[in-house]
Design a protein around this ligand. Structure first.
Ligand code: HEC
Ligand code: HEC
Length: 464
């Protein structure tokens, strides 16, 4: 009978003080144990029995592993997308004629100009030195190749032939659009910032460097010139993740149909994802890896198939039921999801906003302006089903009508909003700055905000 407490308190020494409050309970235990056995031990639990003192932390171990694996996937995994991109011969345009490719080649300076970023952590020390000294010119495609071979270009992975050492294709990773760098070494070169939308990145300009866009023309049923026109209409910080489902390159008003690249941080606790709520984070991760990056994996969504009028391209190309062999995506989704949810929203620097005014602005946000009705702090979106019609928020329904639900915008979680100031707010960046969004809400909801309140509200938005 007394074996049990003895084991707990090691060799009969006095029970540690912090266990004293539990003592009555512990003393009562032996009698319980010998009492009527009404519930048999579940055999599944039986196998898991350990000594009371043993430290089993499989959950902690798993958490650590998932985080690490997910980060690797997010930063470096191309999901086999090099097969698709290899056919576009984008790598040949990057190399240039002198290095066995085509055209003038992409100099490192031009790569930085289209918004590609360089991870200084991946640069070999020798390359850092020569760049510092200026003895390596950023004005040459050779330097771009060096950077790619060092795996230092964020989101772009060079596939290099082991024997000839020639670059035979490039693949892309999630980090291409959802990471940037802190410019600590030079403009466009620095430490990685995972989850930050790269609002400098001109995806359309990069894709349209590719000599062969026949995979796009075949998919979209459009000629080469039209495909290039659509790609070039996007501009920096934008991408259109629905084009290859509905084939809509432009809005009815003639403007680009692309959306701004969203934050991939601060998403834990948020129910639906994308500006129009296509699904959960992991839904979207599979969607993008398979249908946008053109990796090899599995993606299934019958909502696309059942709306052939809405998604003519996706239905025709069966982009709602993709089963690649081998599947290089599915085994990575769990850890990728885990990592995605672990990326915190960054905090704005002290001094980047007026603290006293932000404090008063918070009262406006939660009070008179009723922003917190939808942007519920601290998630800054509604716990639950955070979707609103275009009419409710006072904008057109073009983008909303491109999602399977056809009519909603999701309340954007606002944490780390300052990161998204470049490129504008709302799904297409239509509001150029804080003041423009606030003026929009003031009109839409007839808030009657004073000049002072608008200024304070803007300071608050900068602070979250
Ligand atoms: C070519 C650029 C690009 C790449 C590469 C890309 N994304 Fe995205 N991502 C976007 C755009 C644009 C959206 C917004 C789509 C929309 O709302 O219609 C988006 C949306 C998201 C969202 C939803 C954000 C929110 O506000 O809820 C998540 C999460 C995400 N991407 C994760 C990923 C992951 C993980 C990968 C790699 C598997 C990836 N993305 C690759 C451009 C990209
Ligand atoms: C009825 C719900 C609702 C209310 C009330 C509301 N919002 Fe929004 N908010 C939304 C939705 C939905 C979006 C996404 C719109 C889009 O992307 O087109 C959004 C987007 C935003 C964005 C853009 C975020 C980004 O990354 O682009 C900002 C900023 C914002 N809201 C601030 C506010 C402020 C300030 C108020 C109060 C004056 C407010 N909202 C009131 C629903 C609401």
């Amino acid at each position: 009978m007394i074996r049990f407490p003895l084991r707990l308190f090691s060799l009969g020494t006095r029970p540690p003080l912090r266990l004293l409050p539990l003592l009555p309970l512990l003393l009562a235990l032996p009698s319980c144990l010998s009492g009527p056995k009404t519930v048999a031990t579940n055999p599944a639990v039986e196998a898991e029995k350990r000594d009371v003192g043993s430290h089993r932390d499989e959950i902690d171990d798993n958490s650590e592993r998932m985080l690490k694996e997910g980060r690797e996937t997010f930063r470096y995994d191309t999901f086999g997308s090099e097969e698709f991109w290899g056919k576009t011969r984008l790598h040949a345009a990057i190399l240039g004629e002198k290095q066995g490719g085509v055209g003038p080649g992409l100099t490192a300076a031009d790569a930085l100009k289209v918004g590609l970023k360089v991870d200084v952590g991946k640069l070999p020390a020798i390359l850092v030195e020569v760049i510092k000294k200026g003895s390596v010119s950023l004005e040459k495609p050779e330097t771009t190749l060096e950077l790619l071979k060092a795996d230092a270009v964020v989101g772009v992975k060079a596939i290099v032939d082991e024997n000839t050492k020639a670059m035979t294709a490039v693949g892309i990773t999630c980090a291409l659009c959802h990471s940037t760098v802190d410019d600590s070494f030079a403009k466009g070169i620095g430490r990685r910032l995972d989850g930050w939308p790269n609002r400098d990145l001109d995806v359309g300009a990069i894709v349209s460097m590719a000599p062969d866009l026949s995979q796009f023309t075949a998919l979209l049923g459009a000629d080469d010139a039209t495909v290039r026109k659509v790609l070039k209409s996007w501009g920096p910080g934008k991408y259109d993740a629905e084009l290859d489902q509905d084939g809509k390159g432009f809005r009815p008003d003639g403007k680009s149909a692309a959306t701004v690249l969203p934050a991939a941080f601060g998403l834990a606790g948020v129910n639906l994802h994308t500006y129009t709520g296509w699904g959960s984070v992991t839904y979207w991760n599979a969607y993008v890896a398979v249908t946008q990056m053109h990796g090899k994996g599995t993606f299934f969504d019958p909502r696309i198939q059942t709306s052939p009028d809405q998604f003519p391209v996706g239905v025709k190309a069966r982009l709602w039921d993709v089963r690649s062999s081998p599947d290089l995506v599915t085994s990575k989704l769990a850890a990728l999801h885990y990592y995605q949810l672990s990326i915190p929203a960054p905090k704005p620097k002290k001094g980047s906003f007026d603290e006293a005014a932000a404090g008063r602005g918070r009262l406006v946000f939660e009070g008179k302006a009723k922003c917190a009705r939808c942007h519920v702090p601290p998630l800054f979106t509604e716990p639950g089903w955070s979707m609103h019609t275009a009419e409710e928020i006072g904008i057109d329904d073009f983008q909303a009508s491109r999602s399977p639900d056809k009519k909603f915008y999701r309340t954007t979680p606002l944490s780390g909003l300052f990161v998204r100031a470049k490129g504008g707010f709302y799904h297409d960046g239509r509001f150029a700055d804080y003041r423009a969004v606030i003026d929009h809400y003031d009109r839409q909801f007839k808030l009657g905000l004073s000049e002072q309140e608008k200024i304070e509200l803007a300071e608050y938005l900068k602070s979250i």
